[in-house]
Design a protein around this ligand. Structure first.
Ligand SMILES: Cc1cc2nc3c(=O)[nH]c(=O)nc-3n(C[C@H](O)[C@H](O)[C@H](O)COP(=O)(O)OP(=O)(O)OC[C@H]3O[C@@H](n4cnc5c(N)ncnc54)[C@H](O)[C@@H]3O)c2cc1C
Length: 353
């Protein structure tokens, strides 16, 4: 099959993400023969996570696998370059504004620097992320709902931090917010948080103030008041993140990554799921073409395999997120992690393949 990627932004670009890469990502990079090039970008190795609830009783736990952290601008550029080298046409920058199916062929309209361009395709894969104008045009039910969840990311200089072990991701929690901090290069760390307005009634900026106020360990992470630094840095964020169920095939379009379903970021597995679901749809469409499956059979197969691969980890991650987003839940969760390390190990395993 010939493939085209239509991408709205010019790469390299940043996106909202904690930039932790779980083992699904590294095994995919190995299978794409990209692992050595990935290592040459000097990703930070992450082997432990430390959970610090409001009461300050921190617990450190090994991840049970070697994770990494790398800026999304670098990772995504690496993947796009590989796709181009395999013959993929990349149309960029170009925003898909509408898609419709006419006699089993999709017509895709894109806004480019030259004006509106039209493409035709036998199959369309929706890889446009957690929310988009396309969701509205496809009349996906969640597109008009308000979730109350916001996410924000900063790249902060490491010299504003007291101590952050290179191989550790630290997660701080308070009422309605949790924040992950991990080194992403030799001199920078990623600080990324999720806030739930339904719990704390606060906008993201004020939720971060409250985390600084209520979680002393988070405050102590910084040498000085971090707010003047943060206010000067570029911020990558979004509101209205929807974690609920979505249809993974919509009007014949195969959804992958966040467009299919957003996993709770606490699991650090969204990038892995995006790559794995991309590999899954490629395998199924190839098999369907070879064996002349009907659209109905191909769609049913994708839905079934998608559920087998992802449903359990999404459920577990969502349950854990509810603990982390609650002062009391966070304190209890921290205690349980300390007393039941085997359960913690199992839960980490259940949030990934
Ligand atoms: C607070 C937070 C922290 C997170 N931390 C982590 C983490 O540490 N580790 C992890 O694995 N996951 C994390 N995630 C999840 C992870 O970021 C996502 O799951 C992952 O980026 C999904 O990839 P995707 O390709 O589906 O979408 P995206 O990465 O969002 O990519 C979508 C692409 O589509 C393009 N696009 C959008 N609309 C159009 C259009 N109309 N036409 C053309 N192009 C379009 C965009 O420009 C973008 O390049 C986090 C999420 C949140 C909210």
């Amino acid at each position: 099959m010939t493939v085209a990627v239509i991408e709205k932004k010019s790469f390299p670009r940043e996106v909202l993400c904690g930039e932790f890469l779980s083992h699904e990502v590294t095994s995919a990079l190995k299978s794409f023969d990209l692992f050595d090039e990935f290592l040459s970008l000097k990703p930070n190795r992450v082997t432990h996570f430390r959970f610090i609830p409001e009461n300050g009783a921190a617990t450190t736990h090994p991840l049970g696998f070697e994770g990494f952290a790398l800026k999304r601008s670098l990772l995504d550029q690496l993947l796009l370059k590989k796709a181009k080298s395999l013959g993929t046409t990349v149309v960029q920058p170009a925003e898909v504004v509408s898609m419709r199916r006419v006699n089993n062929i999709f017509e895709i309209l894109c806004k480019t620097q030259k004006g509106i361009e039209t493409y035709a395709a036998y199959h369309v894969i929706g890889a446009y992320g957690r929310q988009n104008i396309i969701d509205k045009s496809l009349q996906r039910p969640f597109a008009s709902s308000r979730s109350g969840f916001s996410g924000v990311k900063y790249h902060i200089p490491k010299n504003v931090l007291h101590r952050l072990d290179q191989d550790e991701i630290q997660i701080f929690s308070s009422n309605g917010i949790y924040c992950g901090v991990n080194c992403v290069s030799e001199d920078e760390a990623t600080l990324c948080f999720l806030s739930d307005k339904n719990i704390n009634q606060l906008d993201p900026k004020n939720a971060l103030y409250e985390l600084l106020e209520k979680n002393a360990s988070f405050r102590e992470l910084f040498i000085h008041d971090p707010l003047p630094t943060l206010l000067k840095l570029p911020v990558y964020g979004t509101g209205n993140i929807f974690f609920g169920k979505r249809s993974v095939v919509e009007n014949g379009i195969y959804m992958i990554g966040d467009a299919a379903r957003v996993i709770a970021p606490l699991a650090g597995d969204g990038i892995g799921m995006a790559i794995e679901s991309g590999m899954l749809v490629a395998t199924i469409l190839t098999e369907a073409n070879k064996n002349s499956y009907s659209s109905a059979k191909t769609e049913a197969l994708y839905k079934k395999e998608w559920n087998n691969l992802f449903s359990k980890r999404i459920r577990v991650a969502l349950g854990l997120q509810q603990f982390a987003l609650n002062s009391r839940g966070g304190n209890i969760g921290g205690q349980l992690m300390r007393h039941f390390p085997l359960v913690t190990e199992k839960l980490i395993r259940w949030t990934r393949r």
